[in-house]
Write a protein that binds this ligand. Structure first.
Ligand SMILES: Cc1ncc(COP(=O)(O)O)c(C=O)c1O
Length: 280
């Protein structure tokens, strides 16, 4: 089914949406992006994603082409044109179109692309099996950069191993997944790696931390040594589209008793309640 995309002020069928071959996003991966779900016609945590987009643009020194109100208007219109309901929104801003020279061009207008695809409502939870892999990415994984070659190669290694995700290890510590954040439970404590430049502080991760804390389940933001990973009671991965997925196997070893555990169940029900209230 064809969907409607937004490109630089115009809405049209995605197949007919074109960018220049000189776009710096195409040539250099010079841009930032956001992905978020729409439930019941309403962008889930849209404000948090826009806040992060604004910060990301400032970090990479791309001028933000829109005010918050304009972003909201544009997104609401795209969601409406794609029929409301449940969708996955992809939004990217690149530095724009210019001759291929590395340094920033002067006087260019950023390219804004927003696309939507239908999002099936999950009817059942599919627990994940994961592998661990060396984190081969750059030193600014806190930026939601569209340059994702490292993440792409790492996710493919998981798929090649018939798994859902690669859990990344740098200097013997867990950073995150190829496209997700990681939580573990050990000795009845929920732990997730701290915000640093070496991982992406995901919206879902941050919501899970807030919901857990408010429900009296403290979350330690502490490093997770790779050597402890085969010995955790529970693990889950988070992301805007996948939500909160229990992990039942790491590198072929069962996590806990090999089934989603009680902490995950509690967190999952808190998350679902929040999401259902939000989309009303
Ligand atoms: C590397 C990485 N970490 C974490 C996340 C999760 O972020 P969010 O919860 O904001 O989707 C993503 C999402 O795509 C990601 O690519």
């Amino acid at each position: 089914m064809s969907t409607i995309a937004y490109l630089n002020g115009a809405y049209g069928p995605i197949e007919e949406t074109r960018i220049s071959v000189l776009d710096r996003g195409f040539l250099f991966g010079d841009g930032v992006y956001e992905v978020f779900p729409v439930y019941g016609g309403k962008g889930f945590l849209q404000d948090r994603h826009l806040e992060r987009l604004e910060k990301g643009l400032a970090t990479v020194r791309i001028e933000n082409p829109h005010t918050r109100a304009q972003w909201n208007e544009l997104l609401d219109e795209l969601i409406r044109r794609n029929g409301g309901g449940n969708q996955a929104i992809y939004l990217q801003v690149t530095r724009g179109v210019a001759p291929r020279l590395h340094a920033f061009p002067e006087g260019v207008t950023p390219t804004v692309l927003v696309t939507s695809r239908p999002l099936a409502t999950a009817t059942d939870i599919k627990p994940a099996r994961v592998v661990t892999r060396p984190d081969i990415r750059w030193g600014r994984c806190d930026i939601k950069s569209i340059s994702l070659l490292g993440n792409v190669l790492l996710r493919q290694e998981a798929v090649d191993a018939d798994c859902t995700e690669s859990i990344l290890i740098r200097d013997n510590q867990v950073t995150e997944g190829a496209a997700s954040n990681v939580f573990v439970v050990r000795n009845n404590r929920v732990v997730t790696p701290p915000d640093k430049r070496l991982l992406f502080s995901g919206t879902t991760r941050n919501l899970v931390i807030e919901l857990a804390t408010a429900a009296g389940i403290p979350v330690d933001m502490a490093s997770i040594p790779a050597t402890t990973l085969h010995d955790v009671d529970e693990m889950w991965i988070t992301g805007s589209i996948m939500e909160v997925v229990p992990v039942i196997e790491v590198d072929g070893h069962p996590v806990g008793d090999g089934r989603p555990g009680p902490f995950w169940k509690k967190i999952w029900s808190l998350f679902q309640d929040y999401r259902d209230r939000y989309s009303i």
